[in-house]
Design a protein around this ligand. Sequence first.
Ligand SMILES: C[S@@+](CC[C@H](N)C(=O)[O-])C[C@H]1O[C@@H](n2cnc3c(N)ncnc32)[C@H](O)[C@@H]1O
Length: 269
Amino acid sequence: MFFGLLANPELAPRRAVLNDLNRDLVTVYETVRDEVEPLIEALARLSEAYLAADEDRRSEFYYEQRGRQPDGAVDLAARFIFLNKTCFNGLYRVNRRGEFNVPHGKYRSPRILDEPGLRDASHALADVELTSADFEEALRAPQAGDFVYLDPPFEPLSKTSSFTGYTQGSFGRDAQQRLKWAVDDLTDRGVRVMLSNSPQDYIVGLYRADRGPFVEKRGQPGERYRREPIPARRAINSRGDRRGAIDELLVLNYPQDEERRALESARGR
Ligand SMILES: C[S@@+](CC[C@H](N)C(=O)[O-])C[C@H]1O[C@@H](n2cnc3c(N)ncnc32)[C@H](O)[C@@H]1O
C-alpha cells in the first residue's frame, strides 16, 4: 500500500508512518532506509554462498542461517531477507519462543539480492517514520483528515486454514475486536480508515454491528462501515466454479465519492 501510493504522484503521502509489532520486520525496514549499502554487501555474501551450492548443501546452509542468532541490525536484516527468499513459499511464521520455523523452500534460482529494488526502497523510505508498537498505541497519533490503512493478520476462514503466527502471540478474536474498537475511535476522530481482512462471518458481523450512513440497498438500515469485496484473482480465469469467490474484504469508513473527490483535489495540487 505504501509503496503503491508513493509510486503515484497524485496519491503520494507528504508524511508517512509505518508500524508493525514485529520488531525484526521494522529493523529490516530501518536497515533498508539507513544502511542499504552494507545490507547489499551482506546479502551478496549470503546469495553467492547459497547459489553456488548444490541442493543438499543449500538446504544445510539454509538451516544454519535459520538456527543462528543475528549479530547487529545489518546482519539481522540480511538474514531475514535471505530466509524470506529461500524458505517455503516465502512464508513468515514463528514458534512460541519467537523463532522463525518455516522449512527450506525449493526455488531453483531465488533472487536473494535485488540491488536496484533495495536502493529504490531505501530512497522511498528516506523520510518515513518507522515504529514497532501494538496497533492501539500506534493509532493514537493520527488526526482528523489523515488516512490509515490497516492490514491485520487475517481471521482464518476455516479451522484448518488457521494461521496467525506472524508474532509470538497469536492474533485471535479478542485482538480483532480490540482492532474494531480502535477503528471506531479513529472514525469518531475524523480519520479515514481502510482495513483488509478475510470475508469471514465473524469479521463481517463485527463491522456490520453499528448503525451509520452506509446503505447497500434502498430501504435497508444504514451501516457505519462500507464493505467492498475484493474478488479472488482466480475469478478472472475461465474457472466457472471459482467465479464470484471472494478473497478479501475491505472495510472503509468514508464514502466512495469522497475517494473520487480526494483524487480530483490531489490532481489540482
Ligand atoms: C497481514 S500482515 C501485514 C504485512 C504488511 N502489511 C506487509 O505488507 O508486509 C499482518 C501484520 O500484523 C502484525 N501484527 C500482529 N499483531 C499486531 C499488533 N498487535 N499490533 C501491530 N501489528 C501487529 C504482524 O507482525 C504482521 O506483520
